[in-house]
Design a protein around this ligand. Sequence first.
Ligand code: NAP
Ligand code: MG
Length: 405
Amino acid sequence: MEKIKVKNPVVELDGDEMARVLWGWIRETLILPYLDIDLKYFDYHILNRDATENRIVTEAAEAIKKYRVGAKCAAINPDQTRVKEFGLKKAWKSPNSATRNQIGGTLFRQPIVFKNVPRLVPGWTKPIVVARHAFGDLYGGADFTMPRGGKVFLKYIPHDGINPVEVEICDIPGAGAALGIYNTEESVRGFALSCMNFGLERGYPVYLGTKNTELEHYDGLFKNIFQDVYDTQFRKRFEERGIGYEHRMVDELAAFAIRSSGGFVWACKNYDGDIQSDMVAAGFGSLGLMASMLLTPDGKTVLTEAAHGTVTRHFREHQAGRETSTNPVASIFAWSRAVYYRGLFDATPEVQAFATTLEKACIDTVEAGQMTKDLATLTGTSWLTTRQFLAKIKESLDQKLSTKG
Ligand code: NAP
Ligand code: MG
């Protein structure tokens, strides 16, 4: 079979432990035999990050900005135990947040749904994509303790000094605590753009949840900017796709989400997103089925990854020479989504079609009852080792490609 030509490069970020083993197997068996692709390889192996004093992370992020598509393997976020284990110079900053911060954009967490894998929330037959605004709110706030009664004010002094504002927050008789948080129009607008671009590409409606009845100005900023971005730039294209955008009260949206069958983007403020992404992940079942994607506001740069870590416990088994049954699906989707977006940006539908076929091969394999242990435990069936499972996916992929061609 002739390989499919991929016009522009994809930046590959290799990682650690079991995730690295899966990553390599996927590259060698499901990607390179089918695609004529230029992979710009950067190694996030913990020892390479240590040797380059983390420069590799900066260089990789620069390459992603240049080529606009990256796929990332899970990598160790070193703590003191890891510093000892690998004899590192220091506990280098997390490569995940460092890479994301350099590229910017919004992180979308998307569950991969199989008909035969039961979900904690059985009604969720389609993915709920949680988009977390990873800026400001509680994470960029200031808080303090008030040891005794007193007043707290919120004070704004514009750089030009014109029209400063001071409001009293409270006057309390005894001890307590207080908090101040902020956000910026620029960041919220970028968040809105990322969410709309993502929804449009996937054909999912977008819902934003806020409490603007309580926080007229703060949550109002989110509500108004989302509405403006939608009305001025997306409404027409959304309507053509038969989808829409809506603002809802965040508590009503949470209840709606539980009762829904999924199939939408849930735009969350930072703290809501922290909670909802873990809750939704739990509701969908296995960590091995959660894919993640970073998309910039202009919709023109993506970084894909699996949401799980390096699966250390399985790696110890692998190191001891034993076969493991680690779920490679989220890692395969990190590859396939990157290839899909590469095809989209290059206007090469045959490349996009390959990505979609690979994803379909994963889904059909699992739905035909072939799966790894984490899923077999949920379905009460027998399981395959990682390599047996990958071989089944390859069989299904080959069969689909040969009937197509
Ligand atoms: P983890 O690697 O996600 O694994 C936790 C447990 O979840 C595993 O032991 C396994 O459970 C299950 N699991 C996760 N992925 C699975 C898969 N694909 N197939 C089957 N089971 C899977 O989290 P961790 O052990 O907390 O973290 C390990 C390392 O990963 C840490 O060094 C951390 O810094 C790093 N990490 C990196 C990223 C990233 O790069 N994005 C994200 C999170 C963590 P059982 O043991 O019960 O089988
Ligand atoms: Mg969290």
